[in-house]
Structures are given as structure tokens and as C-alpha cells.
Ligand binder design. Structure first.
Ligand SMILES: [Zn+2]
Length: 85
């Protein structure tokens, strides 16, 4: 608690408006970051679209593990199609 650096970087603190309705954005640098419970899925369609697009295009930056899992599902057992052609 007493280990506060003198020069605190101006990093926005993530907060969920629903969890912290009293948060004062004028006193604090707050960045809206919905928690898992209050995540406005129906309103934040952009994120969902990006995820689905990344899945379709196979972008490695949007979660390699997820893509690999889909690769396994689509291509079947990865050990079977090692040699092809
Ligand atoms: Zn919340």
C-alpha cells in the first residue's frame, strides 16, 4: 500500500460502468471496460464481428489456439494429413 511510485504513469484504469456507477471520470482516468457479466454483447457487435472475421480469414493474431482448434475440426486429425499430394 505504501509502495506508490512518485511518477505514476497516466494509464487509464479499466472500469465497468455497471459495477462502478459512481466512478468519477473527471477525477480519474477511466477506460470503459465491461466486465464479463455486464458485457453489452448486443451493443458491441463490432467485436464479435472482428472475431468471426478473424476466424474465417485465419488471422493468427486473433488467437492462434482457437484457430488451431478450428483447423483440427475442419481438417480432422492433424496427424493424418501430414503428408498430402
Ligand atoms: Zn460489471
Amino acid at each position: 500500500m505504501s509502495d506508490i511510485p512518485a511518477e505514476t504513469p497516466r494509464v487509464a484504469r479499466a472500469y465497468c460502468p455497471a459495477c462502478e456507477p459512481d466512478a468519477d471520470t473527471l477525477l480519474e482516468i477511466l477506460e470503459v471496460q465491461w466486465c464479463a457479466i455486464h458485457m453489452p454483447l448486443r451493443e458491441g457487435l463490432d467485436d464479435a464481428r472482428v472475431m468471426s472475421d478473424a476466424m474465417l480469414t485465419g488471422s493468427a493474431e486473433a488467437g492462434g489456439d482457437e484457430n488451431r482448434r478450428w483447423c483440427d475440426v475442419i481438417h480432422g486429425d492433424p496427424t493424418r494429413h501430414g503428408r498430402r499430394g
